[in-house]
Write a protein that binds this ligand. Structure first.
Ligand code: ADP
Length: 253
């Protein structure tokens, strides 16, 4: 379980995330939506432990990330799979080698690496590209390679930042089917996206952010979107001119 309590993130004098409180249950499929600049990627960064919160706390399975010593943080980060917005594939490594990379740097033995890479190449329909370099791949193939690399370590949480941002309709549909398959296997998936169609198609819980604040949290249940309730978090700040004041139901269950 992931619990954020009053999380604020500032860079210098700019506050990017403001008082974010929410709970994500194990195995949830969540989309973080919002316009460009709303703070979606920053929220994902904080969840990876790569950056520290300015205020508030993030707990993962009862452990406050602020209290985790650096070497243990490295172990935590190995259990998080990340699909970056621009995929960040390693240009001079083949598809197979890109996928194998997280296991190789952890010293997993070659036979196990081969076994897992071969299975993922097959699952994600990449076998014929095993020896190709990333530059020769289509957008969808790059996305699938990035997903394979993110899940080869069997992460407990998969984070994806605009995974369909540069893809056409068919490739996007393919990627969302892959996320659904990974989700069915019990992985918690958190996707930052501005693609509302993706959220709908995934039947995901949708947490919408505007200017660094959660303004709605909607659970998709049996085809009907439903507000997420457990603990109410009221937005106590005065609304800015022309903007509706919202009561945020930010912690779900
Ligand atoms: P989104 O993913 O919703 O497009 P981001 O989380 O990338 O939004 O960015 C939110 C805001 O935070 C933007 O205004 C961006 O410029 C700013 N920001 C993000 N990272 C940094 C950083 N390392 N230093 C300064 N400002 C940053």
């Amino acid at each position: 379980m992931i619990i954020l309590k009053g999380v604020t993130k500032s860079y210098g004098s700019t506050t990017v995330l403001k008082d974010i409180t929410l709970r994500l249950d194990p195995g949830e499929l969540v989309c973080i939506t919002g316009k460009s600049g709303a703070g979606k990627s920053t929220l994902l960064h904080l969840l990876t432990g790569a950056e520290a919160v300015t205020k508030g706390s993030i707990e993962v399975d009862g452990v406050d990330l602020r209290s985790v010593p650096t070497p243990v943080m490295q172990l935590y980060r190995r259990r998080i799979g990340i699909v970056f917005q621009d995929y960040k594939l390693i240009g001079n490594l083949s598809v197979s080698k890109n996928i194998a990379f997280p296991l190789e740097i952890c010293g997993v033995d070659d036979a196990e690496v081969d076994r897992r890479v071969t299975a993922l190449l097959k699952d994600l329909d990449l076998s014929r590209h095993a020896r190709s370099l990333p530059t020769g791949l289509s957008g969808g193939e790059k996305a699938r390679t990035a997903i394979a690399r993110a899940i080869i370590g069997k992460p407990i949480i998969l984070l994806a930042d605009e995974p369909t941002g540069n893809l056409d309709h068919d490739a996007s549909k393919n990627i969302l089917e892959i996320f659904q398959r990974i989700h069915k296997q019990g992985t918690t998936i958190i996707v930052a996206t501005h693609d509302v169609h993706l959220v709908e198609a995934l039947h995901a819980r949708r947490i919408h952010i505007e200017e660094g604040r959660i303004v709605s949290d909607t659970k998709h249940a049996g085809g009907h979107a439903k507000e997420h309730h457990v603990l109410e978090v009221k937005n106590t700040e005065e609304p800015s001119a022309g903007r509706k004041k919202v009561k945020v139901t930010a912690i779900g269950g």
